[in-house]
Design a protein around this ligand. Structure first.
Ligand SMILES: O=c1ccn([C@@H]2O[C@H](COP(=O)(O)OP(=O)(O)O[C@H]3O[C@H](CO)[C@@H](O)[C@H](O)[C@H]3O)[C@@H](O)[C@H]2O)c(=O)[nH]1
Length: 461
């Protein structure tokens, strides 16, 4: 692997440890890009498994970021969905030793470790080596507050709980959290979520042992809950978001029919303004085949134009598409969302996708599948008012029919309805909030500067 000039000259050597999952790796890399855009005096060592290096090693990255790998000590990305709790357990127990060996081999002394909060074992490594640790929380601050104050759920007889009976009960006692129904909390009450809960709680319990807490969120998007953390934790709490690749947009601006652009961007160029629904279900846990067939048919029957990211079985799309729809295996998502032809986003509500929708000011149809995606959907629909839920009943698993879906999509993409207009006004306001946060002197801009100043001066609080 390459040796950069920065390696020998930088004052500030940051070692970053993302959690091995697409949404997490992306937000960590975006944070690195933001740090490098602020200071040329930073060297970043980005630590991933050999498998993940194969996925991202060739991606666009700043010259001051270099990859270093540890062996594939965790289950492969290709099989991890088969045993999700087992995968998380391996991440928490198997990576620490090879990470320490890697630290021993690094040439320049480490100024700070920035680790995903789920890589909680890094606090012990930092303590042993006298290196400060900054945790990056890649979900919403609201979700961290739920896990951080989990004891309150137990005290209020809201865990364990039967959502079919208690789902509508109000949770109004988590610091900073806007009023939320029990059914809108992360999926911790059953299945994989229940099995993973203790591991997540163990990680979150180590937050007070770090020296910094970074959020991928924007302060103004979750002001009360971030203030609650600031009041509680004895060290700096910095929302630096949205930690999404907006710098790449500026570097390489498109929205012209440039022949170098991928097909789907050229196709978008030729669609009417705001007419296209962009559909993406995320990279990991998916929906039943029967439901997926109804969704595909429903979106198609709605008559609305669409751009669909699907990496799975493409045969279900064979009768669709035509001139009005495109199905692609991968998109440059933020660029797509910021394209003027895109007027709506059907999403599984991963936090990065949620932030990207906010940044682009695009209204959202929410289809949460697992974990934090459920509260993200609630935040989008109820707090920010920039979207609608696809499924109204959160508890039942009834199959939505193609007719129901077609009608919903048609209404959602109708710009003339009062409801639609109102939602688009809110979406515009949210876009402005994000722009103000990242502008010079905005909250995220100031937080990034303070963080860099603190780590460069070796403050450990
Ligand atoms: O065709 C595609 C599809 C996705 N993306 C990007 O991939 C990222 C996906 O991240 P996210 O929306 O957060 O989804 P997941 O990958 O599912 O994220 C995982 O990690 C998130 C952050 O911790 C959690 O909020 C989610 O629940 C969890 O599933 C986003 O930046 C997308 O822009 C693309 O660029 N092109």
């Amino acid at each position: 692997m390459e040796t950069t000039k920065a390696e020998h000259t930088s004052k500030c050597h940051v070692v970053v440890v993302p959690y091995p999952g697409r949404g997490h790796v992306n937000s960590m890399m975006n944070l690195c890009k933001l740090l490098c855009s602020k200071s040329t005096d930073i060297l970043i060592t980005f630590v991933v498994t050999e498998e993940w290096f194969g996925f991202i090693g060739w991606d666009n990255k700043p010259a001051n970021v270099r990859f270093r790998t540890i062996p594939n000590v965790i289950p492969s990305e290709h099989v991890r969905a088969k045993d999700f709790p087992g995968f998380v357990a391996a991440v928490l127990t198997k990576m620490e030793a090879p990470f320490e060996e890697l630290l021993d081999r690094l040439e320049s002394p480490v100024t700070v470790i920035i680790a995903d909060t789920y890589m909680s074992w890094t606090v012990e490594v930092g303590k042993r080596r006298n290196i400060p640790v900054a945790f990056l929380w890649t979900m919403s601050a609201s979700v961290l507050s739920v896990f951080y104050h989990f004891n309150l759920l137990v005290e209020n007889h809201h865990f364990p709980a039967d959502l079919s009976e208690q789902g509508n009960e109000l949770v109004d006692y988590i610091p900073g959290l806007t009023h939320t129904r029990l059914a809108d909390l992360p999926t911790i009450f059953y299945g994989n979520g229940r099995q993973t809960l203790q591991l997540a709680l163990d990680c979150v319990s180590l937050v007070p042992k770090a020296q910094y807490l970074l959020f991928t969120s924007v302060y103004e998007l979750e002001l009360q809950v971030i203030d609650a953390f600031k009041a509680k934790l004895p060290f700096p709490v910095y929302p630096i978001g949205p930690s999404i690749p907006y710098l790449d947009l500026k570097e390489n601006s498109s929205e012209s029919s440039s022949p170098g652009n991928p097909d789907y961007l050229q196709w978008l160029d030729s669609q009417p303004q705001g007419s296209v629904l962009y559909v993406s279900f995320g990279s990991f846990l998916s929906v039943s085949a029967a439901q997926m067939d109804e969704i595909v048919a429903g979106v198609h029957d709605s008559g609305v134009r669409y751009l669909w990211v699907s990496r799975g079985d493409s045969s279900r799309f064979k009768d669709c598409c035509g001139g009005r729809g495109r199905v692609i295996p991968w998109s440059d998502q933020l660029r797509v969302l910021c394209h003027s032809s895109v007027g709506g986003f059907w999403t599984h509500c991963g936090w990065n996708s949620t932030l990207e929708a906010a940044y682009a000011g695009v209204p959202v149809l929410t289809f949460p599948i697992f974990w934090d995606q459920v509260p993200n959907s609630k935040q989008i629909v109820e707090d920010w008012k920039i979207g609608w839920r696809v499924k109204k009943d959160k508890v039942g698993e009834h199959l939505m029919t193609r007719e129901e879906i077609a009608e919903l999509v048609r209404k959602f993409m109708d710009f003339d309805s009062n409801e639609g207009k109102e939602m688009r006004t809110w979406a515009g306001k949210l876009r402005e909030t994000c722009q103000l946060g990242i502008a010079k002197g905005g909250s995220s801009d100031i937080n990034l500067d303070s963080f860099i100043q603190n780590i460069s001066e070796g403050h450990t609080h």
